[in-house]
Design a protein around this ligand. Structure first.
Ligand SMILES: Cc1cc2nc3c(=O)[nH]c(=O)nc-3n(C[C@H](O)[C@H](O)[C@H](O)COP(=O)(O)OP(=O)(O)OC[C@H]3O[C@@H](n4cnc5c(N)ncnc54)[C@H](O)[C@@H]3O)c2cc1C
Length: 409
């Protein structure tokens, strides 16, 4: 039996405590907040999308950073095990669109309650309002932690401090400092699954407008497409947000930190430019005197219409038969390539996840033990792992927590 200290009572820390506790270890969790799972509480808009039932390959396709590193942990403890875990600890679950898993109650707190329930009967204690400030490192081994100036000794320490996003939930990035002290390198930290900013007034004027069934693409300076996705998005007072924009941020963050990027909305993704032009021509020949604005009624949301005509440079009241072929083609192109310059992303305060973190090359992928400092383990978002929305990030926290807790001898 080993004495184990776990820093952080979030998704990864609580699961690590369960795995270490069931393996017979004595576990002491230290949590800086006044309660456990403060971030779990706000996940999935308070409903906690705790995992995703996608098959293994599809799951991996949703992992953005270091899927190979996660292979072993996800194979050993996947969605079905997590679901069974929750059900066996009093939290019934349901599956929704896209394999998203939720507690049947729609209350995220039920997931945390199940995690805490799983610890009762095990040799696990939790100290709240307890912020770890340092590691005890002796003779090249991790021997415990320092907290409030006091030493707490142990045989193993698991850093499960989360990332930097939504710091009000307790994830303030302490784990990176601790890992660096232990000799680890930290892969550049960036907010991810986060809205994007633009300075263009014409885009900002669309605040509140949401678009469905559009394609959002982002291009680098050379015109290379970095990202393309079909779905929903919305305009905000700072730029753009919504599911396809958040996902885009996971793939373009690094490039965006170096230069501004061009984003483009295809408002009619089902038709290519020539098919769209043919459709317009058909409509025009059916009623040539019809005003230009009426042709676009079915093609554009009302809120976009004014800006569309400004960019097109034609009068909405003009009859379409008075519009030249070139001008018509320009309108078609505008529908397929409604463009804006993205200047950056919002910050960590608004990011669902932190990209970057403890370099996974320095961590044993089976046990989550540090390759730099024996006795030190990692679990969850503090590592350089992240995925798209849909329950993947919490499952990564649970799976790596399970591996870390089970990895202690
Ligand atoms: C708004 C929002 C919605 C989300 N929704 C979903 C979703 O529906 N599905 C999904 O899969 N993912 C979602 N995520 C992501 C998911 O919440 C995280 O990936 C996950 O919580 C990471 O778990 P973790 O245990 O690694 O870190 P955390 O949950 O952040 O836990 C870390 C814990 O460590 C504690 N801590 C930090 N430093 C110290 C210290 N020095 N001493 C002691 N304790 C410390 C913190 O207080 C915290 O309790 C969402 C994130 C946000 C912000």
């Amino acid at each position: 039996m080993s004495n184990v200290i776990i820093i952080g009572a979030g998704a990864a820390g609580l699961m690590a405590a369960y795995a270490a506790g069931t393996a017979g270890h004595r576990v002491h969790i230290m949590e800086s907040n006044e309660k456990a799972g403060k971030k779990i509480y706000i996940t999935g808009k308070g409903r906690c999308n705790y995992s995703n039932s996608a098959d293994f390959d599809a799951f991996m396709d949703n992992v953005v950073s270091n899927p190979k590193f996660l292979y072993s942990a996800l194979k050993r403890f996947d969605e079905s095990q997590m679901t069974a875990f929750l059900e066996s600890h009093g939290c019934r679950v349901k599956e929704e669109r896209g394999g998203r898993m939720f507690p049947i109650s729609d209350h995220a707190s039920d997931v945390t309650a199940a995690l805490l329930r799983s610890l009762s009967g095990l040799n696990v204690t939790i100290d709240y309002n307890t912020k770890v400030s340092d590691l005890i490192i002796e003779e090249g081994t991790c021997r415990g932690v320092i907290c409030g100036g006091r030493e707490f000794r142990s045989d193993a320490v698991i850093i499960a401090t989360g990332g930097m996003s939504y710091p009000s939930t307790g994830s303030t990035g302490d784990g990176y400092t601790l890992a660096e002290k232990a000799g680890h390198t930290i892969v550049a930290l960036r907010p991810s699954l986060v809205p994007m900013e633009t300075r263009e007034d014409r885009i900002l004027s669309l605040q509140g407008l949401s678009l469905k069934n559009v394609t959002f693409s982002v291009f680098d300076r050379s015109g290379k497409r970095l990202y393309k996705e079909f779905g929903e998005m919305l305009f905000t007072h700072f730029g753009v947000s919504g599911p396809i924009v958040l996902s885009a941020s996971a793939y373009i963050g690094k490039t965006l930190s170096e230069s501004e990027l061009r984003a483009s909305i295809d408002l009619k993704p089902a038709l290519d430019e020539s098919a769209l032009d043919k459709r317009l021509l058909r409509d025009i020949s059916a009623s040539p005197q019809k005003k230009a604005k009426n042709f676009f009624d079915g093609l554009l949301p009302m809120r976009l219409s004014k800006l569309f005509f400004e960019l097109w440079g034609e009068e909405p009241e003009k009859s379409f038969c008075d519009i030249t072929k070139e001008s018509r083609k320009k309108a078609v192109h505008l529908l397929k390539d409604f463009s804006m310059i993205i200047t950056g992303t919002r910050g960590f305060k608004e990011a669902i996840i932190t990209q970057g973190g403890v370099n996974v090359k320095e961590i044993n992928s089976k046990t989550m033990e540090s390759k730099k400092l024996p006795g030190l383990f990692f679990a969850g978002e503090v590592m350089d792992v992240d995925a798209l929305t849909g329950g993947f990030n919490l499952q990564i926290a649970f799976s790596t927590g399970f591996a870390a807790g089970g990895g202690i001898s």
